[in-house]
Ligand binder design. Structure first.
Ligand SMILES: NC(=O)c1ccc[n+]([C@@H]2O[C@H](COP(=O)([O-])OP(=O)(O)OC[C@H]3O[C@@H](n4cnc5c(N)ncnc54)[C@H](OP(=O)(O)O)[C@@H]3O)[C@@H](O)[C@H]2O)c1
Length: 271
């Protein structure tokens, strides 16, 4: 298939599975060139074949751990050269980390912040001046509803997402005058490997394929903030307005429902 300099060249981190993969499929359907980053090489290569069949004229893969910051930047450099400029950078790679009151969770806290926050900022800072010089481009970050208040058991995850959202908001204003867009994606519950540990009820949970379509189309449409499932727009409003004492009382009950925790499972997870 022929490409022109106007054909979007979209790089996605965390593209091997879940939301990143689903976004890649939608971008391919729209005819975009794609650069895929994640650690699992075989999954990236299988996805690349699927994306070419779905309509992408060019798919490149870079099996990279995004917490190897130099390796991530070297991969971005190769995409930039090969595509003649990345038009959209989607910072999606992410992991969950559970913190508990009875254990030192530092290793998990650090890994979560390195993947979800530092790697995203490492890539965004690399990309920003190049797009500003070209006076075009889009940087999108996959944050979370968990960015709006600190979720119990998820101190590191909520922190990483709150910081990412704050960074993206600052960046959006900084680069707008240079023709560069910044998009904050805030998913509620999406059915992926990341939420598999939850055994309870995840309200309004959405399939990854549908979420990927909504997020990819929103990015191409140049939206500033994209929330899905849509019901979470109300959740954000309520979370923002809720007084601390009401939040402290209700959020533990809500999250126990999501986790499906029983007194037995909580006792077992102490060991
Ligand atoms: N699912 C939800 O309900 C939900 C809700 C809110 C926000 N989010 C956010 O959405 C994003 C995608 O999550 P998901 O639900 O799609 O989870 P997922 O299915 O587990 O996918 C996570 C992706 O991130 C990649 N990844 C993880 N660590 C990496 C590393 N060190 N280097 C490179 N790639 C790495 C994984 O690829 P490899 O393992 O191959 O490296 C995978 O492709 C995350 O930022 C997550 O926080 C998800």
């Amino acid at each position: 298939m022929e490409t022109s300099s106007r054909t979007p060249a979209i790089v996605i981190t965390g593209a091997s599975d879940g939301i990143g993969k689903a976004m890649a499929v939608e971008f391919a359907r729209q005819g975009a060139r794609l650069g895929l980053v994640a650690r699992r090489k075989e999954m990236l290569e299988a996805l690349a074949s699927e994306l070419r069949r779905a309509g992408s004229p060019e798919v490149l893969v870079e099996p990279v751990d995004v917490t190897d910051f130099d390796a991530q930047r070297a991969a971005l450099e190769r995409f930039e050269t090969r595509f003649g400029g990345i038009t959209h950078l989607i910072l999606n790679a992410g992991i969950a980390a559970r913190t508990t009151p009875w254990s030192d969770s530092w290793a998990g806290v650090k890994e979560c912040l390195d993947v979800n926050l530092m790697a995203a900022l490492n890539a965004a800072e690399w990309m920003k001046p190049r797009m500003v010089t070209r006076k075009s481009g889009t940087i999108a970050g996959v944050s979370s509803i968990a960015s709006y208040r600190g979720l119990p058991d998820s101190g590191a995850y909520s922190t990483s997402k709150a910081a990412l959202s704050t960074y993206l908001e600052s960046l959006r204003v900084d680069v707008a005058r240079y023709g560069v867009r910044v998009v904050t994606i805030a998913p509620g519950y999406i059915r992926t490997a990341l939420v598999k540990r939850n055994n309870g009820n995840m309200p309004f949970i959405m399939d990854a394929a549908k979420a990927g379509r909504i997020f990819a189309r929103g990015v191409l449409a140049g939206k500033r903030v994209i929330v899905a499932p849509w019901q979470y727009n109300f959740a954000i409003l309520i979370l923002r307005l809720m007084p601390v004492w009401v939040y402290d009382f209700l959020i533990g009950i809500f999250m126990r429902g999501v986790r499906g925790d029983t007194p037995e499972s909580r006792r077992a997870s102490k060991t």
